[in-house]
Design a binder for this molecule. Sequence first.
Ligand SMILES: [Zn+2]
Length: 152
Amino acid sequence: MYYESIPHKITPVADATEAAAKIKEGKASSIEALSWTNENGKFYVVSDSHIDDSPFAETAVLKEIDSEFFQIDSITAAWIHTKEELTTCFVDAANNPPIERKTQLIVGESTNQMAFISCGCCGNRFRGNVKEQLEFDQDNGYGICTNCKHYI
Ligand SMILES: [Zn+2]
């Protein structure tokens, strides 16, 4: 879940249709959380792509409930050809949200959030402080673990 370690900027959109259009037209960056509200609640779509993939190739759909974030779907948007099909995926997720799991969405500057991070040196996964890891100028879930810090 790469998005959990990235500070985001909220970009309000009218609905799932506008979110899908921005993604398929390449008009959304990897730090944007596209957000809309409807009668079913408040939703966000965020890029969950590996740094080697284009933004939103993998997309997570989140729902905010009582100021907490829950991931309700994970969509490989790169395999979906049209914005209409992607809209349908978002609408289906929002209408029938099987709550996959509680997650976090960092909005604005990171304070003290922790996230699973892959070490850019040895490749091990570790739980690290997002703000501390940003000093290594890493993104999309990469950082430097404590074992490798002495190489830096
Ligand atoms: Zn390491």
